[in-house]
Design a protein around this ligand. Structure first.
Ligand code: PLP
Length: 398
C-alpha cells in the first residue's frame, strides 16, 4: 500500500469513514463546515506577473472542483485526480490522453456500452484500432497484443455480467509490453477496489453513480500519477472542455460524506438479494461476484474489499414474460444507471438458451437503501410468475 495522499492532515491508517467525515478547521472560509461553492468563471489577480492564488479561469481549475479532486485522489490512494462533466467525459479523455493515430487498444468485450461506442464510432475515425477480448483470461489479452498496442482498457467487474479481470496479472502483462492500463472502477467505487495500489495506471469513475449517491448529478473522474493527470488536465480536459461545475462538485462532496457507509449497506443488501435470487427456480445464473458460487469469487475476494449494488440474473423465460414480471414489482423502479438510494430493475435482452427450449433473459437489478427484507418480499412474486406449476400463467404472457 502506498501512503495516502489525503488533504486532511490525518494519519496513514485513516479509514475511509474518517477520511470522508473529517475536515480540518479552515480559517480561509471563516470555519465554514461545508467547503464553499466558488461560483466563478473568472479569478483576477493583484499583479500582472504573479497570479498568487493560482486560479485564473474555471475551465483551467476551480477551487471547489479542486477540493473534490483532492478528496477523490485520497480515497483512491492516487496522487492526483481530474474531474469531468460525466463519466463518459472522463473515460474519453483518459483514453485520448494515451493514444495517437495508428495505435491499437485492447479492451474487454463486455465494457460499458458508451465506452464501446466511443471506441467504435469515434476512435475509429482517427485510425485507432480496437480489439475486444474476453478479459476473464489474461492469456486472451496476451494473444491480442500487437507492436502498436498502447492501452489495455479494463472494467472489473463488467456492467451486465459482472465478470472480473485479474488486475495483478493485467498489470504484469502491460508492463511486459509497455501498455498503459486504464480501469473503469465504477462498480466497486473508490471504497471497494484500490486498483492504483495494484499498479493500474489510471482509474476512471462515473461519479454519477455511488459518489453522487442521490441520482441528481452527473460527473466523472480520472485518478492516477500526477504527471499523467497533469498532461491530461492541460490537454484533454481543458481543450475538450468537459468541465465539472462547482455546484456539482459540492453535491459530489456531500455524496462522499456517506459513501463508505452507503457502500457497506449496499454491498450487504445486494448479497442478501443475490442469495435469495440464487435460491429461485428457472434462474440459470445470478451474476454477482460476492456469491460463493460465482466462478471468480476467489479472485473477487483477493482484489476487492466488498461488493457493489448491481447484479443480474439470467432467467429461463421470454423477454415478454420477464417484462411483465418486473412491471408489477412495487419497490423496483424501471431504469438505467445505479448507485443511488433507490432500487432499480432493467430487462436487458434475451439470448437463446442452449440447454432449454425457452430463451434466457438478462435482468439487471440495482439494490438501493431500502430494507432488503422488503425488497426480497417484493421479489417473491417470482413464484407466482415462474414457480413450479406456474408455467401456464407465464406461458400466457408469451
Ligand atoms: C460502468 C460505467 N462506466 C461509465 C459510465 C458512464 O458514466 P456517465 O453516465 O456518468 O457518463 C456508466 C454509466 O452508466 C457506467 O455504468
Amino acid at each position: 500500500m502506498g501512503s495516502r495522499n489525503h488533504p486532511f492532515g490525518v494519519g496513514d491508517e485513516t479509514l475511509p469513514y474518517t477520511l470522508v467525515a473529517h475536515d480540518e478547521h479552515d480559517e480561509r472560509h471563516q470555519g465554514a463546515v461545508v467547503f464553499p461553492i466558488y461560483q466563478n468563471s473568472l479569478f483576477t489577480y493583484a499583479r500582472s506577473d504573479d497570479p498568487g492564488h493560482g486560479y485564473k479561469y474555471s475551465r483551467m481549475g476551480n477551487p471547489t472542483v479542486v477540493e473534490l479532486e483532492k478528496r477523490l485522489a485520497a480515497l483512491e490512494n492516487g496522487e492526483s485526480a481530474q474531474c469531468f462533466a460525466s463519466g463518459m467525459a472522463a473515460i474519453s479523455a483518459a483514453i485520448l490522453s494515451r493514444v495517437s493515430a495508428g495505435d491499437h487498444i485492447i479492451c474487454v468485450s463486455q465494457v460499458y456500452f458508451g465506452t464501446r461506442e466511443f471506441m467504435d464510432h469515434f476512435l475509429s475515425r482517427y485510425q485507432v484500432e480496437i480489439s475486444y477480448v474476453d478479459g476473464t483470461s489474461v492469456e486472451n489479452i496476451r494473444e491480442a497484443v500487437r507492436d502498436n498496442t498502447k492501452v489495455l482498457y479494463l472494467e472489473s467487474p463488467t456492467s451486465y455480467y459482472f465478470q472480473l479481470q485479474d488486475l495483478q496479472a493485467c498489470v504484469a502483462l502491460a508492463g511486459e509490453f509497455g501498455m498503459a492500463t486504464i480501469l473503469d472502477n465504477t462498480w466497486a467505487s473508490p471504497c471497494r477496489q484500490h486498483a492504483l495500489d495494484i499498479g493500474i495506471d489510471l482509474v476512471v469513475h462515473s461519479l454519477t453513480k455511488y459518489v453522487s449517491g442521490h441520482s441528481d448529478v452527473l460527473g466523472g473522474a480520472v485518478i492516477g500519477k500526477s504527471s499523467w493527470i497533469e498532461r491530461l488536465s492541460r490537454v484533454d480536459h481543458q481543450l475538450l472542455g468537459g468541465i465539472m461545475t462547482p455546484h456539482t462538485a459540492s453535491l459530489m462532496m456531500r455524496g462522499l460524506r456517506t459513501l463508505p457507509l452507503r457502500m457497506e449497506r449496499l454491498g450487504e443488501s445486494a448479497l442478501k438479494v443475490a442469495l435469495y435470487l440464487n435460491s429461485l427456480p428457472r434462474i440459470r445464473n445470478v451474476n454477482f461476484p460476492g456469491l460463493p458460487e460465482h466462478p471468480q469469487h476467489e479472485l473477487a475476494k483477493r482484489q476487492m474489499t466488498g461488493w457493489g449494488s448491481l447484479l443480474s440474473i439470467e432467467l429461463s423465460a421470454s423477454l415478454e414474460q420477464a417484462k411483465q414480471w418486473v412491471d408489477q414489482l412495487t419497490l423496483f423502479r424501471i431504469g438505467l444507471s445505479f448507485g443511488g438510494y433507490e432500487s432499480l430493475v432493467l430487462v436487458v435482452g434475451a439470448a437463446a438458451d442452449s440447454e432449454e427450449k425457452r430463451p434466457l433473459t438478462l435482468i439487471r437489478f440495482n439494490i438501493g437503501l431500502e430494507d432488503p427484507a422488503d425488497l426480497i418480499r417484493d421479489l417473491s412474486s417470482f413464484y407466482a410468475w415462474f414457480g413450479e406449476g406456474q408455467q401456464e400463467r407465464a406461458g400466457q404472457a408469451q
